[in-house]
Design a protein. Sequence first.
Length: 284
Amino acid sequence: MAKTQIQDGNNTVPALLIAVWAIVLLIAFFANRGEDVGRIGSLFANLGGGPIIGSGIFGSLVGAVVASLIAASWFGLGSLITKFVVASRSAHHSHVLELAIKTAIGAAAWSLIWFVLGIFGLYNGLSAIVALIFGFVTTLLGLRRLREAKDESRVPERANILDRAMLLLVAIPLLLAFVASLAPPTAKDTLLYHFAVPKAFIAQGSNAFVEGNSASYLALGTEMHTVWAMLLGSFFTQRAGEAAGGAIIWFFFPILLVAIFGFAREIGVERRWAMIAMLMFASV
């Protein structure tokens, strides 16, 4: 009986925290988006103004596939690099955190590679394909470590209804952000910098300074992946290139969430509280 009461108490606290956090987010949303909410009626009225599935769906699908292949290349190169780094593992070693770290290291390495390619004027389709092939090979090699990690992993605790509900709540903003990443760019920063500079780099074939855009000095990290994605996607259509560029930026979002969850587990935090930390970050 006492054990049941303790378990009920453990379930109640996370549920209350999630409810309070949801209320805070709703208040913040409606306080700053009142005008948008008032236009929901016109949004539904305009849904019938065109075909549900138009020509842009092909570009979005291609962009999503291209971005997924690049993200897999992050993991592949990161796995290759970390093979040369000897690191001890704690008693609470998190394979989820290991995956996130390897992927992040690979992303950083690919940013540097594409920066160097730009110095030598190699922003072209051939470079994009060769890089993808190399990334595919390293990914295949890295998959062996995933099989090893599966055998090493401890048996996970059985997920209850609250755990599944939290996973669903995390998945909702992830999915919405993914759909938004595939849409045509409209944000000011995207049009002036995040997409504009990579497009200019591709047009001139290098990362030399773009006349009239001082932000070209800043495009040394995420935008390097956007260049790669746009080069690959543009083999199909310009829309596919833009969708790939947006989707590859989105991939940093789930990597951050996985890193938060894995780090919490690494330091001994219970899975439920680790999921709450991940949920709070995803909701911001």
